[in-house]
Design a protein around this ligand. Structure first.
Ligand SMILES: [Mg+2]
Length: 287
């Protein structure tokens, strides 16, 4: 089923200035900036004005914290995103497991085109907010109760209720991953497949079935200013692999950030700071 258009706080801003959101008076330019960290096995230098950027956030643009709500965003990241959005003609979208509301709170005052909850919700470049089919209340209630019970088994587990996606974080007890995965597989069975598993970095989530970061990128790519450009996807986790595969098939470039295992990504950057340095180096001019 395709997404349904909705109104609400995320659909309110429809002007192009929403990309930049700031009235601070800063004047971002398209001149390349020098990063302060060399990058290992970097992707090639690209022209920002010929690409569409699909960027994961946690673990890709910002470092993880012990808890998702404990991450910090520095002014340099806001400046980087603002500049890249400008240099790419607005063809930059955040593609995250966070909700769009969470992304907006994290990156305020920026309100960029974004997909939240692993493809479930999306805000287009014109500010139109859409959601895919919601899981039933029964499925969400069952999953919510079982995951909350699971989280109580160890105080170092953290249950994150995102509304239409539910995450269990095991950053402090990584050896529990296999047991959690097995338990959550049984939960998906109990929801008649209305929820699907999404593995992240030190987390596993249940998200609405049938959507992913790949479906979100495909939806953006059907619309201006993304349409007709070469897609570029940066991510750091298993839940980014669908996006990597989609951009590979579309002739784009997939870039893994600090992924040490098997990945479909065609290029690799070794850290968040390396990813940011590489993005800083892109210019609107020939590269
Ligand atoms: Mg990530």
């Amino acid at each position: 089923m395709g997404p349904t258009q909705q109104t609400g706080r995320h659909g309110a801003a429809a002007s192009e200035t929403v990309f930049f959101g700031s009235e601070s008076g800063r004047r971002p330019s398209c001149e390349p900036l020098m990063g302060n960290e060399s990058v290992a096995r970097p992707p090639p230098t690209l022209r920002a004005d010929q690409h569409a950027f699909f960027l994961d956030v946690d673990g890709t643009l910002i470092e993880y914290a012990q808890q998702p709500n404990a991450v910090t965003v520095d002014a340099a990241l806001l400046e980087l995103l603002e500049r890249l959005a400008l240099c790419s003609g607005g063809a930059l979208a955040l593609v995250s497991g966070r909700s769009i509301a969470s992304l907006d709170a994290l990156l305020a005052p920026l309100e960029l085109p974004a997909s939240g909850l692993h493809g479930f919700e999306r805000r287009s470049s014109s500010g139109v907010y859409t959601q895919h089919a919601r899981p039933s209340r029964r499925a969400l209630t069952v999953a919510r109760q079982l995951m909350a019970q699971l989280a109580k088994m160890d105080a170092r587990l953290a249950f994150e209720d995102k509304g239409y996606a539910l995450a269990l974080h095991f950053r402090q007890v990584p050896y529990l991953e296999a047991a959690i995965l097995e338990a959550l597989k049984r939960v998906t069975d109990l929801t008649d497949g209305e929820l699907q598993l999404q593995s992240g970095t030190m987390s596993i989530e249940l998200t609405p079935r049938g959507v992913s970061k790949a479906t979100a990128i495909a939806e953006f790519m059907r619309e201006p200013p993304f349409r007709g450009r070469r897609p570029l996807c940066l991510g750091d986790a298993a839940n980014d692999e669908a996006g990597f595969e989609w951009v590979n098939a579309a002739g784009g470039l997939s870039v893994a950030v600090n992924i040490t295992g098997t990945t479909a990504a065609r290029a690799h950057l070794r850290s968040v700071s390396a990813a940011r340095a590489w993005l800083h180096g892109l210019s609107a001019g020939p590269g």
